[in-house]
Design a binder for this molecule. Structure first.
Ligand SMILES: [Zn+2]
Length: 407
């Protein structure tokens, strides 16, 4: 009887886990240098860092200006694709490379998505973005942004919320982007207070305990003197934070600078294995799409970013034995283009797989893949570069993780 109750409890908890609606909150702080964030007293951001992913060493790979930078953050591609090279937004190519919210809605049409921004061009000059509501408050009016966010977060149907704060950038332009500038530090701390109020409103959602939120916080560029737009480390070194059930809990250190399209020394291989602005949109899509048939790395979208969700360690339901899928063979290892796995699926259960780098970062992810027959699954891994990887295959409730190499 005890055993029966245990399994009933396990089944119930797994059912609840699987049915939790996945939602995303992105908070943008314009113009916050990494060294200034480190120096400021930001208890609310620190609380998210303590339980999640963060990097103080994300290098800007494009033009350190707001329009191009926020476009990269929201579209998941760098400026050679989204086409925005200035704050005029002229030349934008959002029809081909839209905001992630457009991709999300195209696959999940019932999503309810809202942005709250202070800076008008981000609201007025972006199209094909999928937002259900574009709320504009006055520039630098953080309390108004919080109030609007509290209203939106009280709506149980809300799925994606982006809240943008301009205070730090405005203060940097007027008094200096510098960790030694008390006004700049105060602006960062003020916005941290706004973030605390937003997180409180999130936690107060009536159904929060039954929802699965990922929170992403970032900046678009740093600054030097009273400006930005150049390629100094003070302008290019940025940061971002991710928090939520499936986010890797670690600090990304030893990050290598992949260079910049703006400088002309961009290294695509280094960019793939280091955190970048373009990763934020893909991480958001990955979260929203888990448990659906939507693919966050749809090849036709041609995204530059990759996901920092770590389903390898946390999406696997508790209580399931990783080796429950026994007798898996993998060949060739090292691989060059096709990786073949053999295992029994004579019950024709649903098969999905993910490939991760050794940081647990999602590089490939496919739901409901077709097998060649009841035993053989071929994975196309030719997009992976030389190195070590992990593949997780889920077959019904069974799953296995295998290590392999690319040569
Ligand atoms: Zn900016």
């Amino acid at each position: 009887m005890k055993t029966a109750i245990f399994f009933l409890t396990l089944f119930t908890s797994l059912t609840v886990l699987a049915s939790q609606p996945r939602k995303v909150l992105i908070i943008g702080m314009d113009g916050v240098r990494t060294d200034a964030l480190q120096q400021a007293n930001t208890p609310n951001i620190d609380a998210l860092i303590s339980s999640g992913f963060y990097t103080y060493e994300s290098w800007h790979e494009g033009i350190t200006v707001s329009g191009p930078s926020w476009s990269t953050i929201m579209c998941g591609v760098e400026y050679p694709k989204h086409g925005v090279t200035s704050n005029s937004y002229s030349g934008s190519n959002y029809n081909q490379y839209p905001y992630f919210t457009r991709h999300a809605k195209d696959c999940l049409p019932n999503l309810y998505e809202v942005q709250i921004v202070q800076w008008a061009p981000m609201s007025d000059n972006v199209y094909n973005d999928g937002w259900d509501q574009k709320i504009k408050v006055c520039d630098g009016c953080g309390a108004n942004s919080v109030s609007a966010a509290q209203t939106q977060l009280a709506n149980p149907n809300l799925d994606v919320l982006f809240v943008y704060f301009d205070e730090c950038d405005l203060t940097g332009h007027s008094t200096g982007f510098n960790p030694a500038n008390p006004a700049y530090i105060t602006a960062i701390q003020t916005v941290d207070g706004h973030i605390g109020n937003i997180i409180t409103a999130l936690h107060n959602r009536p159904n929060y305990a039954n929802e699965d939120w990922v929170i992403l916080i970032t900046t678009d560029h740093g600054g030097i003197g009273t400006g930005h737009g150049g390629n100094t480390n003070s302008e290019r070194k940025i940061w971002w934070v991710g928090s939520g059930n499936n986010v890797i809990a670690k600090q990304l250190t030893n990050v290598q600078d992949p260079g910049s399209y703006a400088i002309g020394n961009h290294n695509a291989t280094l960019a793939l294995s280091n955190p970048s602005q373009a990763d934020i949109a893909v991480t958001a899509l990955d979260h929203l799409f888990r448990g659906t048939n939507c693919n966050p790395v749809n090849p036709s979208w041609n995204l530059d970013g990759t996901s920092w969700l770590d389903s390898l360690h946390s999406e696997q339901p508790a209580g399931l034995d990783e080796t429950a899928l026994s007798d898996v063979k993998i060949f060739p290892n090292p691989a060059t283009d096709i990786l073949t796995l053999w295992f029994d699926n004579s019950q024709q259960e649903n098969v999905s797989y993910s490939v991760y780098d050794m940081n647990g970062r999602t590089l490939l992810h496919e739901q409901e893949v077709s097998m060649m027959n009841a035993h053989k699954l071929n994975l196309d891994v030719q997009s992976l570069r030389k190195g070590n990887y992990l593949v997780k295959v889920q077959v019904g409730a069974r799953c296995i993780v295998q290590r392999f190499s690319m040569e």
